[in-house]
Each structure stands twice: as C-alpha cells, then as structure tokens.
Design a protein. Structure first.
Length: 341
C-alpha cells in the first residue's frame, strides 16, 4: 500500500462498503435496490448508499495515514474499475485492452479477498490451528513453557488448564482489520493470475435480469473436485460476476486452450475473450450461481424480483464445496429447452 499524505482536518470514513457502491448502482433504480435476506425473507428496498455497509470494517487504529487508509486505497481502485465498467457497459468496448483487463481483474480478485467471508475463513483457520496446538500439547510441555516465562506450574495445574482449554467453546479467535488487510496485500499479486489466466466471456441479456449479492464473484465448482475440498480461486472450475442487471462476465477454465497447445500468456492477454447474447438457461445458471455464493443477502433491481431463484440457500459463513452444491441443488433444476431469450 502506497504511503498516503494524512489530512488532520479530514474526518475518517467509518461506513465501509464491502461491495463497491458504483457496482451496486448497476442493479438499482433511482438509488434504491431490492434486497433478499437469506434464506428468502424478508424482502425490501434499500438505499444503495446503505447496502453492504459495515461500520469500521477496514479501520486500522493508530495508522499514521489515518484509520481509513485502506478504505481510501480501495476508493482509488474502484474509481479505475468504474472507468473500465463504463467502457464495457456504456461504450460497448469488448474485448478490453490489456490495462483495462488488468484493472477489472484486480477488482474481481480484491472482491473475493476483501469481504466478511474471507475474514471468517481466516478466523476458522486460526481457530483450527489453535485447537490443534492445544490438542497436541502435553502437561509437561506446558510446564516447560511456563518455566521459560518465569512461572512455576505443577503437573496437576498444567493438566487442569489443558482440560479447560479443550472444552467446547473455550478457545476463540478474533481477526483484526489490520490482519485481514495484510493478507489481502500478500495474496492479491499471487492470486490475480487465476483471474487473468482464464478466458473471459461477456454475456449480454436483452430482456432477462441478473441478480447480485454481498459476495458477487461466484465460484463454479469442478465436479471432479474431492468433496472435502473447499473451493477457492485456484480450485474452482470458473467464476461468474454479474456486471449489471443485463450483463455478466463468465471466467471459464483455460484447460482446453492449454491442452490445444496455446500458451497461458495468450489466455491472460485476452486472446480468447468472447461476447455473446445470453439465453434463459444462461440467466438461470448465473443467477443460481450468484444465489449460492451469497453470504447473507441477494441484491437485485426493483423490477427483477422474478429472476431471483425460488430455491435459495441459508446464510453461510464459508465457501461452499462442490459436494455441498451438487447434493443440495439438483442440476435438473436448470433444465430448460430455451437457448434464446
């Protein structure tokens, strides 16, 4: 993160969007957006300025450039991305230039990393590590650790403390905004290639509507992936990302091109990016993918309630695995003979 000049007279931002405001405007009407609280109720309209807002979500206390330094950095990324969006959606530019493609890929990767789901996954990982440490610790080792820190601990006290720590709910972990932001900075340059290295297809709909969510980049599972594996940028077969209510970006597997002898750099440069009109089946598949990937809320244009899938998941804290999706939602639900709107 680049050093920013602090303005002592500026009031730091405390209301942080975890999904860009400019992006949600593409699903709104006169500043209002439809909201579906999972698993389906309540449903209501909300001002876009209040949607996906978490107070102090990115606040870093005592940062020399201000506690909202990350929120301001995200604002600059979003401003560049908004320009790329306008080229695609308003100026009908496709495929994108290399710089604009990189800008959009940066926003997509950041969107996967920046939200509450990622922070919750960090918490689960840290909690699992803490539990493993406690479960594999012996009273003798705990005594030794205490002695190294100048404390005398009897064998009985060490055994009792371990028993207390192993009780259900005895250990909890809190992941700070600073830790989350640090992980974003570490992972972004390492994971963005899993977005840029895929062929992109722009799908435009003339009449059918697309929904979005509080986690708008949805991962499409690979049916061959073991059921115990969790999906991520490296293991998903592809991704869907609705750009607005009538346009979606689908990022599919590069495997067919690589198998045909094409270099992955060609894919990353956008050589195989396509655009095509969407079908009823496309709309249903993309909207179902969006619904399944949502964390707590689905968002849609006020006129597009009919395009919200009738089968909705419960709120989730973690990314669904392939087993979760294919067991809970029958692919036959998508069956449709219509391949045109």
């Amino acid at each position: 993160m680049k050093r920013q000049i602090s303005n002592p007279g500026r009031k730091p931002s405390t209301r942080h969007h975890v999904v860009p405001r400019f992006y949600l405007d593409g699903f709104a009407r006169r500043g209002q957006i439809g909201v579906v609280q999972l698993p389906g109720d309540p449903r209501f309209l909300q001002n876009v300025s209040d949607a996906t807002v978490h107070n102090h979500f990115y606040t870093v206390a005592d940062h020399p450039d201000g506690p909202d330094v990350f929120e301001r950095a995200m604002g600059r990324v979003e401003a560049e991305a908004a320009t790329a969006f306008r080229k695609v959606l308003d100026e009908d530019v496709w495929p994108l230039s290399g710089d604009d493609r990189e800008t959009l890929a940066t926003l997509i990767t950041l969107q996967v990393l920046r939200g509450p789901t990622q922070r919750q996954q960090m918490r689960h990982t840290a909690l699992a590590a803490a539990r493993l440490l406690v479960d594999t610790t012996t009273p003798q080792w705990l005594q030794k650790l205490a002695a190294e820190n100048g404390e005398q601990l009897t064998a009985e006290d060490a055994a009792r403390q371990l028993e207390e720590l192993r009780a259900a709910g005895a250990i909890d972990v809190t992941v700070s905004a600073a830790s989350h932001i640090g992980q974003i900075g570490y992972l972004l340059p390492r994971l963005i290639r899993y977005i840029t290295g895929r062929p992109w297809t722009l799908i435009r709909f003339a009449r059918r509507g697309l929904i979005t969510s509080d986690a708008p980049v949805s991962l499409v599972p690979d049916p061959s992936m073991p059921a115990h594996m969790r999906m991520g940028l490296m293991t998903a077969r592809g991704f869907t990302f609705p750009l607005n209510r009538h346009t979606a970006l689908v990022m599919s597997s590069p495997a067919p091109f690589i198998s045909a002898g094409r270099h992955v750099d060609e894919v990353a440069a956008g050589a195989f990016d396509l655009a095509r009109p969407g079908s009823t089946r496309d709309e249903r598949a993309i909207n179902l993918s969006t619904a399944l990937g949502a964390r707590e809320r689905i968002y849609h244009h006020p006129d597009d309630d009919a395009f919200v899938p009738t089968v909705l998941p419960a709120p989730v804290d973690e990314t669904l695995s392939a087993d979760d999706i294919y067991n809970d939602f029958d692919e036959a639900w998508l069956a449709d003979d219509s391949f045109a709107e």
